[in-house]
Design a protein around this ligand. Sequence first.
Ligand code: ADP
Ligand code: MG
Length: 235
Amino acid sequence: MKGRPIVSLNQVSMTYHNASGDITPLENVSLDIYRGDFIAICGVSGSGKSTLLNIMAGIVDPTCGTVLYNGRVDLSKLKDRKRTAFRRRNIGMVFQHMNLIGNMTARENIMFPLLLNNTKCTPEVDEKVMRIISMLGLEHVESNYPFEMSGGEQQRTAIARAILPGTIESGLHTLLLAEEPTGNLDQANSVAIGHILQNLNNELGQSIVLATHDTTLAAMAKTRIQLQNGTLSFL
Ligand code: ADP
Ligand code: MG
């Protein structure tokens, strides 16, 4: 029993109007994402993976079609503030360029979204922070600044930051979206990130959609979907 999809893309198309002509990386794409899914969106550079993730996150509105959360929330219909608030509470995001804050330690970076959400620092919250730090193997660098961490440690910090608010507020974020999370990492670190995502999916039941052209990472997801010429096909 899969239940209701947590996110539904229905006939989503996206066209960019560039000086050199129109580009349509997504054409009538439909996809349902269910709780517990771990999906890798695969495709060559320029195939539209980032566009798809940005649309799922409500960062970019599709040219046509709808994206519904829990069968009812249409992010494109929400005003900016409500949209940001919804995203903060329901979606964790990890980007290829980690976007860690340079003058904050790993722990401060991880806890930063709690500040934005006005989450009180109770002993229970502290315990959850420690659990996530330990799940991601970051104990030894929690007081380090980003420049004092390896690329793999920085990316694990970004993942911890993305999932922490969900584990505190509602048990879990609805969805973790990761854009080329191993884009800047060597093979060993990429596999380590893959294992961490598998762990989050298996142990916490975190639903994950990632975009990647890294076939090793894609192989570690439960489901692979190819994005090519604007359409999706299951691999
Ligand atoms: P991927 O993440 O798979 O590399 P993207 O979603 O970034 O693919 O890009 C898909 C296509 O859309 C590319 O041809 C890219 O140049 C174009 N594109 C992406 N974002 C924009 C934008 N903001 N404005 C215009 N064209 C864009
Ligand atoms: Mg991309």
